[in-house]
Ligand binder design. Structure first.
Ligand code: MN3
Length: 199
């Protein structure tokens, strides 16, 4: 059962100028689509074909013989989660129970921001930074390449893609500048709150 590439949850130009239409077209239509196509090709005809994407990811994580399938499955999942982690006119601060939980677990919203920026900026090479719930505690984490908190039993609330393809056309080598505007202008706290409420 082929996994279908989800459409972006907004127009390609909706995040402009923070993230350009050009970047979203390449990122969604070439990179994300490529992972989905490779995943579908690799999983077709195997016993994993009937499983959900999440079950494939958690089921084969760490299996060296299935590393290629894992990478494409996890990248397919991570990117969908990333698109939903942003929205036009996002940013600002969380509210309600999520805001209180961030204050409780990080000390302050500013401390969360500092930790998230640090995680994204210091992820060496390609990867992701995450706000996750880990056994009921909110944490900021980072992961390399396709690695995803799903395999650690953590529940992601939001993520930022820090692969160069996510920002290079708009920010060249200035990854910290991309992380700054992601937090200030794109971060979808409604999505994070919904994930938090579902815990
Ligand atoms: Mn990407």
């Amino acid at each position: 059962m082929a996994y279908e590439l989800p459409e972006l949850p907004y127009d390609y130009s909706a995040l402009d100028p923070v993230i350009s239409k050009n970047t979203l077209e390449f990122h969604h239509d070439k990179h994300h689509a490529g992972y989905v196509t490779k995943f579908n090709t690799a999983v077709a005809g195997t016993e994993l074909d009937e499983k959900s994407l999440e079950d494939v990811i958690t089921g084969i994580a760490g299996d060296p013989e299935k590393a290629g399938l894992f990478n494409n499955a996890a990248q397919a999942w991570n990117h969908t989660f990333y698109w939903n982690s942003m929205k036009p006119n996002g940013g600002g601060t969380p509210t309600g129970e999520l805001a209180a939980k961030i204050d409780a677990d990080f000390g302050s919203f500013d401390a969360f921001v500092a930790a998230f920026k640090e995680a994204g900026a210091t992820q060496f090479g390609s990867g992701w930074a995450w706000l996750v719930s880990d056994n009921g505690t909110l944490k900021v984490t980072k992961s390399g390449n396709a690695d995803t908190p799903l395999t650690l039993g953590q529940t992601p609330l939001v993520t930022i893609d820090v692969w160069e393809h996510a920002y290079y056309l708009d920010y060249q080598n200035k990854r910290p500048a991309y992380i700054d505007v992601f937090i200030e202008k794109l971060l979808n706290w409604d999505f994070a709150a919904a994930n938090f409420a579902a815990l």
